[in-house]
Design a protein around this ligand. Sequence first.
Ligand code: G3I
Length: 364
Amino acid sequence: MNHFTRRQFLEAGAAFTTLSTFRLDALANGPVSLRAHAAAKGIAFGSSFSTSYMSDAAYTQLIADQCCILVPEIELKWAALRPSPTAFDFNRADALCKFASTRNMLFRGHTLVWEQSLPSWFEGYVTSSNVERVMTNHIASVVGHYAGKISSWDVVNEAIQVEDGRADGLKVTPWLRLFGPGYIETAFRVAHEADPKAILVYNENWIEAEDQGSERKRRAVLSFLTQLKKKNVPVHGLGIQSHIHADMKVTGPNLRRFLQEVEDLGLSILITELDFNDQRLPGDVPTRDRLVAERYEIYLTFLLQFKSVKTILTWGLSDRYTWRSYVSKRADGLPVRPLPYDADLKPTLSWEAIARAFDGASQR
Ligand code: G3I
């Protein structure tokens, strides 16, 4: 079998836009992994992970076995990287980068500009006079530190919120208030300068469902991306987070049209944080697992009809470690089961559903 080392893969500028030209199966790590099922079709499968899970050897091994891409859950956020306005602490993110590299995984960056997970010094220190310098210095330093090692970056995260009432649909965040709407364009340009080979992604939530609110948000995202492209801003992909209520309809004509429009803009589509919220499903585990698995298969099969969808990441791999265990608690007190492995690290029906969706996808 042809074998590409991770370095060759990156040096060749493979990243995500050109995954299809490479033998992704060389990164498959064995025949029975999700990464192998995905790689056989030119799709990159991965998950978020955190240094706080690295003491769990079995889980760490599972991540390396199953994933072809690793994304830090918190280590690249400002609160983790920036102990003070003048300092950077790359230790934890570097540990994840090394783990990804030694275990033959690509490494993704999340996220450079977000209004959450900011350090406590941010408010009070950052003003409209210094915000541009603070933001551009952060982006240039962090992207520069990982240049050639991070294949794609979530440059700006969750910047649109139609309910905030602005004509451009932008969410009113500290970045917007202090910098003005140009912060997004600047962020992409500075990131591109710091690593011209990295794939730069705009990452957004709540744009999957068929309801009117989601549709309004999709329209705002599309119009915003269209303007960025017109201005030749270096944005290469849209990240669709896909934190989805398992009882919501998400595979309808509105989403289909939107995916086509994004594809027509020439953007890659990355599914960046997939998990299904089982909070409102029946408690009975076999029933719940069957329903969640069905959602995975239906959603992924729908998405994978689009050739620009080449990257699928779940937000965690096992119910042992999921943000949903503290934000999506069930009324009956039962543990949540949103991911392809249960809390005992046993594959669930969702694992099989995801594998089947990859098997049924056309070649990238
Ligand atoms: O670990 C404790 C937990 O025991 C406690 O119950 C909980 C109560 O709030 O706090 C937990 O610590 C949290 C920490 O991550 C460890 O997981 C922090 O409060 C929390 O601020 C931090 O949360 C992260 C959050 O982003 C904010 O950065 C989550 O782990 C992470 O999964 C979440 O990820 C986001 C993406 O970045 C963007 N899209 C949505 C996604 C889910 O919110």
